[in-house]
Design a protein. Sequence first.
Length: 335
Amino acid sequence: MEAPFSERAPLTPRFIRLSTMIIALVASIFIFAMKLYAANISNSSAIRSDALEGSVNILAAAFGLFSILFSEKPADHDHPYGHGKIEHFAAVFEGGLISLAGFLILIDTASRFLSHSEPSNLGKGLLITSIAGLLNGIIGLLIFYAGKKYNSTTLRADGLHLLSDFWSTIGLAAGLGITIYTGWIWIDPLLALIVGVMLFVAGYKVFRPSWNTLLDAVNPESIQKIVTRLNEMKLDPVITIHELKTQEFGRDAHVDLHLVVPEFFTIKEAHYITDRIVEELQVSLGSESMIHAHLDPCARLYCSECSFEKCNIRKNEFIARKPLTAESIVQNGPI
């Protein structure tokens, strides 16, 4: 007998990420068909540019779906850190596609302008492309927030892409409305040129964050998240933490940090403390994140901020613990 709906297992984040990307792919195909039809009946350079950008949505969604499927594979011998970075490759790929679409739009617009091609039946074409743009905006917003909630680079990138497409369609519709009202045909190719330039900017915004991640650039947001969590935890008898380094692998992270402990601690005592802190931090970052902690002896350099009472070797009296900051935690030693 089938279980009541309330007793069924909740949808998993993996299922939601995959289903969201499938919806994006199907919607992109449908919206592209609408825009292509609008471009054919209107012979408008601006609407053609919007339709060309829609073809990029299909390629991006298809590659995004593949990247999510691939990123879900567990770590193995050949990929000990998992397969999550494929999501950043997908975002870089999508950003490149958006910029390529902008370049192709500029070429197409210049060609049509030189051939003196003029639009016709703009009203119907404008109505269809406006409806398609509105659908893009709704779907893009849903995908972007799903990406934020489930920490998916691919979904965030695709959502931003669709939202940029929505805003360019809004601007295009307003401009074509002026064209219909005034009869100024020159506005049509001008709008197409503006859409092309906007796509260059949008492509860069999608491309840059993931490109930096692939190069293991410092992510201030990730650093601050770790610092905030550590300051909330009970760190005693760890005196301080430094030399923090992070790498992102899709939704998960690889974190290296150094824990400074009193130099007379036994290996067993230090190991127990390290395991406790690593486990608590791992819960915050995600169960698949990898945290490697290295132990440093205090070397009597931190006495003024060490609250360990049973210390017989301190050089200075305890004053106060210093809260961790994004600046201090990445330093190589005491500051």
